[in-house]
Write a protein that binds this ligand. Structure first.
Ligand SMILES: O=C(O)CCC(=O)C(=O)O
Ligand SMILES: [Fe+2]
Length: 247
């Protein structure tokens, strides 16, 4: 499914955006299961909390495997559905074996970062409950003599992630670029000479024509604001090295 050109973000063959990857009733079910999770399963970070599904990474980038919750493997069986997209065809296990469940309240985001070498370079992210504006960034050219790798603050590419959508990032966009979400409560869009841009970063929204929700696509096409509510995301990847357990 993901290989179909209708889902490609123009100019970026390494991003596929698939709206309505899950249904509203599946979303409702997943949110209920997530909200029922016992408190100790959440890891509190400085500005958000998360759960690791499928196990933890060791210092040497091995996965210490643990069973996934039934909502990933039994119903709605998101792992099989992700496998069916074809995105993990060439990955070591042919399917994701690790998922980060992130919770973002309004005003929470994630700094531009790279996901690191433990993973096969394909990431599939399902969004639940709220939209997000997801930015991909490049490093600045270090040939200007500066030390270290500075990030160009203007995103290379920005996409709107609707609730229930899937976004698949792979290849050079995964390996060479960074990605992040601004820590704001309201996303604003304004019309300009080159179409609608995200006001925060000044970048056009590359998947505007692929959006499915009438409310979101109206704002992204005509300008306006989208207030964030709490968003949950399931970031699914395949960790190459899996530690064998002694049982
Ligand atoms: O929540 C998202 O959409 C992105 C999460 C992410 O980049 C990560 O967990 O590495
Ligand atoms: Fe990430």
């Amino acid at each position: 499914m993901s290989k179909e050109s209708e889902y490609l973000v123009p100019g970026h063959p390494t991003v596929r955006y698939i709206p309505e990857f899950i249904t509203s009733s599946e979303e409702e079910y997943l949110l209920k299961k997530i909200q029922e999770t016992p408190h100790p399963k959440w890891k509190q970070l400085g500005n958000r909390r998360l759960q690791l599904l499928g196990g933890e990474l060791t210092a040497k980038n091995n996965l210490l495997p643990k069973p996934m919750p039934p909502y990933m493997t039994v119903f709605p069986d998101l792992i099989s559905r992700l496998k069916n997209t074809g995105a993990f065809e060439d990955s070591p296990h042919g399917a994701p074996n690790h998922v980060i469940l992130n919770e973002y309240c309004p005003n929470q985001g994630i700094m531009p970062h790279q996901d690191g070498p433990a993973y096969h370079p394909v990431v599939a992210t399902i969004s639940l409950a709220s939209h997000a504006v997801f930015h991909y960034y490049q490093y600045k050219d270090a040939s200007d003599g500066t030390e270290g790798r500075r990030v160009n603050p203007t995103p290379l590419l920005s996409v709107v992630l609707e609730p229930r959508s899937l976004v698949i990032t792979s290849d050079s966009l995964y390996q060479d670029c960074l990605h992040g979400i601004e820590s704001i409560a309201v996303d604003s869009f304004a019309t300009g000479p080159h179409g609608v841009v995200c006001v925060e970063t000044g970048t056009p929204i590359a998947n505007a024509h692929l959006l499915r929700s009438p409310e979101i696509s109206k704002v992204v096409q005509e300008g306006g604001v989208l207030e964030r509510t709490t968003r949950y995301s399931l970031t699914c990847r395949d960790i190459s090295k899996v530690k064998k357990l002694p049982f």
